[in-house]
Design a binder for this molecule. Structure first.
Ligand code: SAM
Length: 277
């Protein structure tokens, strides 16, 4: 995948993308990240990238010319082909007003050949960029950041770890929080059906992930749950499923609507709801 970032702060990306899986994916050639300095696409002495808003009001607005000119040099496919899905490319404007970026959106982007991320600043970006240059606007959450750089880094990290080969154990990205099961695949393995050990190949089915523990088994009086030490795969599977259900109900009950629940799941949820009163 080729990823291009358009920003007035190119130095921002030296840190966040130089570690862990993103760095490894770059080194392995799974993704090439190119950062473009928008000031290189200005033509005045002061390399101006912003201007006052028409109609008055607070702050400054990121000008359209450097963005259009920069994108032209990248020679991406025409917007209408991108919108229609005829090419595997997307030009994304980071914006608090955009559609919410989530794991499904990350998976959608991870199958593309090229993504271009446009980072806004100031009060935002001249609207002609959203209307005529970008093919989608994405927000990383319902809060306002000072710029799109942090959002671009978040999106790139989430997308990169889904590229085949980026994460050592690919099964781990399938069982993580928010990961829906592929169509036709059960979200929960049949009891005792897994020869690889408990839950090593199932999807989370859209639930939050189950809790993880490692050594030491006892730490300052805090013990690892005994079910995980039992060696009984079925007991471990049930315990993990129940903790994932419990945590999802407690922290993100909205997610339960999209999860395929078994009879056992329904009974378990009914019981904890009753216990809570
Ligand atoms: N006036 C804008 C509004 O109220 O929606 C906020 C502009 S913000 C200060 C400047 C830039 O930060 C935006 O153009 C966008 O690129 C980026 N940004 C801010 N919040 C964001 C979010 N939640 N997700 C993605 N990008 C965001």
């Amino acid at each position: 995948m080729q990823a291009d970032i358009l920003t007035i702060f190119p130095g921002f990306f030296r840190g966040p993308l130089d570690h862990g899986i993103t760095r490894r994916a770059c080194e392995m050639g799974l993704v090439t990240i190119t950062v473009h300095d928008l000031r290189q696409f200005t033509h005045d002495k002061h390399r101006t990238v912003d201007d006052r808003p028409f109609g008055g009001g607070e702050g400054m607005v990121l000008k359209p010319e450097p963005l259009f000119e920069c994108l032209e040099t990248l020679q991406v496919e025409p917007r209408e082909d991108r919108v229609a899905g005829r090419v595997k490319q997307s030009v994304i404007l980071l914006s608090a007003q955009g559609q919410r970026f989530d794991q499904a959106a990350a998976a959608e982007l991870a199958v593309l050949d090229r993504i271009v991320l446009i980072c806004g600043r100031y009060e935002g970006v001249d609207e002609r960029v959203a209307d005529f240059l970008a093919d989608r606007e994405l927000s990383i959450g319902d809060y306002v950041l000072s710029g799109g750089e942090m959002a671009a880094a978040v999106i790139l990290e989430a997308v990169t770890r889904l590229l085949p080969g980026a994460v050592g154990n690919e099964a781990s990205t399938r069982q993580e929080s928010f990961t829906a099961s592929p169509q036709g695949e059960r979200s929960e393995p049949a009891a005792g059906a897994n020869s690889n050990g408990p839950n090593s190949t199932c999807g989370s089915g859209g639930l939050l992930d189950y809790p993880h523990y490692t050594r030491p088994a006892e730490f300052h009086g805090m013990a690892v749950p005994e079910q995980l030490m039992s060696g009984n795969h079925e007991e471990i599977r049930r315990w993990r499923r129940q903790r994932a259900l419990e945590k999802t109900l407690r922290n993100r009950p909205d997610l339960l609507d999209g999860v395929m629940l078994s009879g056992e799941d329904h009974k378990f949820l009914a019981r904890i709801k009753k216990d809570r009163g």
